[in-house]
Design a protein around this ligand. Structure first.
Ligand code: TYD
Length: 136
């Protein structure tokens, strides 16, 4: 069984002017980047996500502030705190994710391997779990 999510520390290319982190598709993430979006001004005690995607792979990084992400591949459930702009979470397709505890100043950057397609979303946890585990 291969683990379908991974915490990654990106290289920082800082100099005396400040810091920079570069994420190149195919190099720093194992997919070509077709979409980028970011989530910000998130209200307190909001839970976002609550879905899995059939086709999209993601790299998410909280580039300002902090938030927590619960990831679940059907066998392993793990909570991560994202609070550094140079750390990210790689999510393979079909990984379930919930995002919550957003700080007021948080900006959650999401890189995706696919363009937006509402039909690839699975929003029913039990249905998703059955699909990924084959009911086991
Ligand atoms: P939603 O999937 O609820 O966001 P989250 O995964 O953070 O909980 O998306 C919110 C709205 O934005 C919804 O109406 C669909 C739309 N949307 C797009 O149009 N394109 C996109 O790439 C994404 C991620 C969402």
């Amino acid at each position: 069984m291969t683990i379908k999510f991974k915490y990654i520390t990106f290289k920082q290319t800082g100099d005396e002017r400040g810091s920079m982190t570069v994420i190149q598709g195919g190099d720093d993430v194992d997919f070509e980047i077709r979409r980028l979006f970011y989530i910000y001004a998130t209200k307190g005690n909001v839970v976002r996500g609550k879905h899995a995607n059939r086709n999209s792979k993601f790299m998410i990084a909280c580039v300002a502030g902090s938030c927590k992400v619960l990831v679940d591949d059907g066998y392993i459930r793990k909570e991560y705190t994202l609070d550094k702009p140079f750390e990210g979470l790689y999510l393979d397709k079909m990984v379930w994710k919930d995002m919550y505890d957003f700080s007021e100043d948080s900006v959650l950057l999401v890189l995706s391997s696919e363009k937006y397609d509402p039909d690839e979303y699975i929003r029913e946890y039990d249905q998703w779990k059955k699909e990924v585990t084959g009911g086991n």
